[in-house]
Ligand binder design. Structure first.
Ligand code: AP5
Length: 218
């Protein structure tokens, strides 16, 4: 399956993508994770992207185009999280031959919930596991339950940057809802409720895109 996860910052795209990717046996490709790894690794992409990411702005699309294209062709099938982020990126995706999307899953969550989720998020700097200090705390309250590394707060999860990211989402990314609706690709789910409840909703939609899954489970 080739599916885009669309939704505002904090909607739970990363949380759900990790679980859905494991459940359906498909790659989870996150441009946010790619950029954070490039920044941590001090690569040329990381150096060019860092200022934008930390300010809550979109990284210029041309910086990402080659790396996204390469990863998509490497995998062939994927859950794409954080890309496209604007209409120009969606149009670029449409130019990639043989990578036609099966669908776009829009995870809808209200602003108050988004701010609460982002301000309480903690991540593992080693393996990227996502936690929330209230909703999904790590086993001992501070370290990653998978690898034991000390959890950190993302630089762009500070209050002022969160506000900027929500503004950028509304200006640049929200128009993609209409874009994909007009192509008959959009499915919307309610992103509120527990992680398990949202997972069940998302998996129901994705089963419709995955012929291999239907063959194995019917
Ligand atoms: P990116 O990493 O893509 O950030 P984002 O889209 O802003 O999304 P988030 O990662 O903040 O949220 P999420 O929806 O994944 O939520 P999560 O599952 O973590 O991008 C970061 C930056 O990189 C951008 O600002 C930009 O600068 C740059 N960038 C990336 N892609 C780009 C592109 N294509 N073009 C240009 N620039 C690009 O959940 C959030 C919290 O809520 C967690 O703590 C989690 O535990 C909790 N939670 C999740 N689900 C639930 C639930 N159901 N109930 C309770 N708590 C929950």
């Amino acid at each position: 399956m080739r599916v885009v996860l669309l939704g505002p910052p904090g909607a739970g795209k990363g949380t759900q993508a990790e679980r859905l990717a494991e459940y359906f046996g498909v790659a989870h490709l996150s441009t946010g994770d790619m950029l954070r790894a490039a920044i941590a690794g001090g690569t040329e992409l990381g150096r060019q992207a860092e200022g934008y990411v930390n300010a809550g702005e979109l990284v210029p699309s041309e910086l990402l185009a080659d790396v996204v294209k390469e990863r998509l062709y490497e995998e062939g099938e994927f859950l794409l999280d954080g890309y496209p982020r604007n209409v120009a990126q969606a149009e670029f995706l449409e130019t990639l031959e043989g990578l036609t999307l099966d669908g776009v899953l829009y995870v809808n969550v209200d602003d108050d919930t988004l701010v609460r989720r982002l301000s309480g998020r903690r991540i593992c700097p080693e393996d990227g596991t996502i936690y929330h200090i209230e909703n999904d705390p790590p086993p001992n309250g501070k370290d990653c339950g998978v690898c034991g590394a000390e959890l950190i707060q993302r630089e762009d999860d500070r209050e002022e940057t969160v506000r900027r990211r929500l503004g950028v989402y509304k200006e640049e990314t929200e128009p993609l809802i209409k874009f994909y609706k007009s192509r008959g690709l959009l499915a919307e789910i309610d992103g509120k409720g527990t992680v398990d409840e949202v997972f069940t909703r998302a998996a129901e939609v994705l089963k419709g895109y995955d012929r291999g899954f239907a063959d194995d489970h019917c």
